[in-house]
Structure formats: C-alpha cells, structure tokens
Ligand binder design. Sequence first.
Ligand code: PLP
Length: 493
Amino acid sequence: MDRDDIERRIGARSFARLLGDWRPPDGRRLAGALTDRIRLLVLDGRLPLQTRVPAERELATVLEVSRTTVAASYDALRDAGVLRSKRGAGSWTQLPADPSRGASASPFSPHGDRTLFDLAHAALPAPSVALRRAAAAAVQDFDAHLGGHGYDLLGLPVLRTAIADRFTARGLPTAPDQVLVTAGAQSAISLAVTALTGPGDRVLLEHPTYPNALDAVATRGARAVPVPMGPHPDGTGTWDLDLLTAAVRDAAPRLAYLIPDFQNPTGALLDSAGRERLVDLARRTGTPLLVDETLAELGLEGPPARPVAAHGAADTPLVLTIGSASKVFWGGLRVGWIRTSAAMVRRLAALRASVDLGGPTLEQLVVARLIADVDMIAGGRRAELTAARDHLLGRLTEAFPRWRPSRPDGGLSLWVDLDEAVSSRLTVAARRHDVLLAAGPRFGVDGAFERHLRLPYTLRRDRMDSALDLLVTAWRGLDSAAPAVDAEPIAVA
Ligand SMILES: Cc1ncc(COP(=O)(O)O)c(C=O)c1O
C-alpha cells in the first residue's frame, strides 16, 4: 500500500453528496446508474484518483439502497478498471490501465478519433492562414536564437515586449519585466496559487467557475470559498458585488480568483464600475486578485474591455492578470502569461524552475508574431463566433424548448439551464453516442450545477448539427440500460 492509499479517503456522507441525484426516475437499474455516476466522477476528476471509497455496507446505509446494489456496482467498476480492491483493506479509485477495458465498442482514441464530438473543450481550431504565416516568419526569427542555450525562465524578450505592449494598448501601461510567459494560462493559475497560498488557506472563486482553477486550489491543499454568480435576465449571470464584498470580509481569503471577461462558464462580462469596485475591495482588504483574462479577446461586440488592473487610481501589485494565446489563437501553442509587478515576476519565475525551465522558443516566436495581428485575427473570429452562437441558440430552441441557454456577448460557450437536475446523467448518455460533454457539476463544488450544462459553440457547423442530433437521441434515452463507454479522463478547457 502506498502513502496515498493511507491518506486519501472519502467518507460515505461526502461521497453521497458528490454523487448527487444519481437515481434514475423510474427507480430501476439502480446498480447500473450508481456505476455510471461513480465512473463519471472518477473520469471527469471530481473524485480524485487513489481515493479510498466507503465500504459497501456503509455506502448502502447512507444511500438507502441494498448492500447488493452497492456490491454489484463496485464489481462492475472493478471490471472496468475504475476501482481496485484489496481484500480486507478497501477499494481505491484508479484510471483503467487499458483504455479499451470496460469500454465496450468505444471508438475513442486520444489521438483524434473523427467520430467523437468534443463538447467538453471550449476551444477553436487554429486560424490556419494567420498561423501558417506567423509560423513561417517565426522560423526566420528562430535563426537568431540558435547560438544560445535556449533556456529562458521568464520568456523570450520579444514576446514579453509584445504582451506588455498589448496591455499598454488596452489602457494598462506595462513594461516587459512585468510579464512572465508560462505554459498556458493554466500554468499561470497554478504558479500564482502556489506562490500566494498555502495548505488550509481560503481562495475565493465565482460559483460556477473554471474547473481546472478549482483543481489547482485543491491540489495546493487550499480551500475554495465559492461565491454564487447572481441571476441575469439573459441567463449569462452577473456578479453580486455586495455578496462578494461580504464574502471577502467574512472569509478573509488569501486570494480571489476571478474571470471578469466572458466568465467561464456563464459568459458574463463585468462592467467598468464593477471592475473599479473590485480593485477598491482588493485595496481596502489587502486581498490579491488573480484575474483570468483568457477569454478577453473574444468579445462578439468589439474590442476587449479595459483590464481590471487598469481601474483605480494607480496600478496596484494586488491585481495579477493572466492571459493566454489558447483561445484567440490556438490551444496547441501552449503559451500563456501573467502580468504583475517585476518583483513578483521574479518570485514566480524562481518557483517555476521546479516545474519547467522555460517555454519552447519557436512557439513563443509564433505568438509574438500573432500578437502583432491580434485585432485582425480576433475580428475574423468575431463574425464566425457570432454566427455559431446564434446557430446553436436557434437549434436549442427547436430541439430542447425547455432548456434555458445564456446568450453571452463573448467567449466560446453557452451556459444552459436544463430545467431538470440531469447534467451528469446526460453526460453519461451522450458519451454512448460519441458526444463528449463536461457535466455542470465540474464547474462547481459539492455537486452543485446538476441542472446546468456548458455547451461550446466551437465545432464546425455540420459537426455541431450532428452533435446536436446525437444529443437529442441521448436525451431521449437518458436512462437506457446500455453499458457506459468512458475509459479516458475527460479533460475540460
Ligand atoms: C478561464 C480559463 N482559464 C484558463 C484556461 C486554460 O487555458 P490555457 O490553454 O492557456 O492553459 C481556460 C481554458 O479553457 C479558461 O477558459
């Protein structure tokens, strides 16, 4: 038994909370439904790997089902490779060693199966013409770097300058030494959370929020303080700044992580007055704000908003701003950044050295070239995305008249109220029809958002139409008895 086995366990009551409303409405096929739900929790990361699950009898008591039901479910999960057991010691979650195990008839291959409709990633294909042009130019730029050793903890100066200039153009004067280039925004989130918090510290987040930020907080051993997004007539949600202020005062978090630009998943955009209030709150309470601008360049109405850090009287080191090349350009570049004080950049860079020693030179040169054309590229995306959003909204009205989708003014996805708490069930059913979804509860804590689903409008129109047809079929067969097919972790972006 390794150390993890001893340390990580989930009690029956917490497990029941995480399972949420897993029972099929007709009360039949209980063991199958329980198996499907536990498998989904493991694969989409809500139930960490190497976690010891409750004993059969204990779980049966809390769930008010027979022990046979839980035993049958655990057996099926062992068969599928999702649980491993040691006689007399217990059962632990794991990923199936062989993706085809427990995945009868699964055509899914992580290397790009064409029949899988991926609605778990909200990310676009590359703008191929602009990207090829930038890559060709970057190959020329590459020559000048080949004589050096190629390591650069902080990022290439040419890219740091391009990022700084973009902030300056958006109304936030920035010097290159205030920018650290990272391996995507996710790496920046993880670095900042590690630098600014410790185990047991509280981190305030919007609820719902970006799942991988929740995971970064959990990995640090910090505690999430979720602050609900308020309702908004167009369904995008809005910030209740009174509530947020009260939460900062009551919980005294070590850090607040916020996504004011087309909040993932709700799509909400914080207005200028709200941005000012945030900076004021940070100043008055000394709470650092980690502002994630990953989606900022994807407004459908025009150019991006002025960064939060540009509000208030003077630039404050309390606001750290994260950005990314992934959404406006392409996820495959794996380039992101964090803008903060020059001193904090050096501190984060020192921390980074334990994880990686810098980014790839060629990709950084490509992004430096792309940033020069960001207005043109974002402008091209705008028309495409507006049409895609409206098309998806139209199709949803026809196919699912009871669903209530948001109508965001930017970003890449709709946040849909399903009118029933069935998001996880739909995710399992959709997977049987080759549609990959990220269930609503991925975006929250303690099983919240089972009534919600994030639907990206990033697939090509014909693929989006096919995916929706399959989703309709899945919806009709929500509790069908077919075996589950997931065998791979479900990543969300
Ligand atoms: C709000 C938010 N932050 C961070 C990320 C991660 O971005 P990257 O690909 O740059 O790591 C995403 C990607 O989906 C996102 O939506």
